[in-house]
Design a protein around this ligand. Sequence first.
Ligand code: IPE
Ligand code: IPE
Ligand code: MG
Length: 276
Amino acid sequence: MKKFTLTNTVQSKEDQEKQLNLKKAGEIPEHIAIIMDGNGRWAKSKGSIRLHGHKVGVDSVRDITESCAQLGVKYLTLYAFSTENWGRPSAEVRGLMRLLVSSLRKEAENLHKNDIKMVTIGQMEKFPKDCQKELQEAIDLTKDNTRLQLCLALSYSGRWDITEAVKKIAEHVKEGRLDPALINDQMIAEHLSTADVPDPDLIIRTSGEYRISNFLLWQLAYSELYITKQFWPDFRRDELYEAIESYQSRDRRFGKINNGEDEKGLSTRLLKNKKK
Ligand code: IPE
Ligand code: IPE
Ligand code: MG
């Protein structure tokens, strides 16, 4: 098998062992989505400017992407820039765009070599032309890769996503191709920007905020939530393993009762996410 080189380091024996144990302990989430928050506060705590936090945050992106690929996660969705983030001071927005361009230039080839497919969700057309070009090149270069799908949510918001889906469905009705009585949740999901992707199993938010901030509002209906105090630049693979361990201890019932429970509520089986 190809050596994985996204972080340009050889994976340590200790890390291999940790990943193996995690895989043995239970189910690895198929889709992890992350609200990467706290770059500014991290920078402030170091007496540095906010942009420095965003830059170190890119190292976390690399480490988390690599470890997800190694673990066999199939989809990783990263909330990198929200619709509301356009309201930040223009110097910060410009800095973030520049960082995006330079990171894509550096990483696209590496993603490709490691069989990672990059896609985006959000209003790409709002981005500066050079950003759009870099993004499109990375998307085109990696389009046939299958190991992991890395999705960057850029100028994204859950309400925008749902609004766009509603507009598309309304067009079908207007053109007489759809009876409104046939609209159901599956049809709505198929018109979202995430149509080809299973809903996230696990949503992680860093920096200790207990909110969703307009992320995947429709898709998170039954996602497990994990919130950690760590700021994003400090969130690396060991913190990811902790999040997955927490996921493995959850009992996902999807509104039903546990499969392994009898009518008295007595458990006849181990939790779904835990392996026997
Ligand atoms: C997350 O970190 C990155 C983006 C939203 C682009 P923040 O920039 O929100 O950092 P805090 O939350 O202000 O510390
Ligand atoms: C959420 O973080 C958006 C991203 C991580 C891209 P914010 O920093 O924008 O969210 P709030 O303002 O704390 O809700
Ligand atoms: Mg923030």
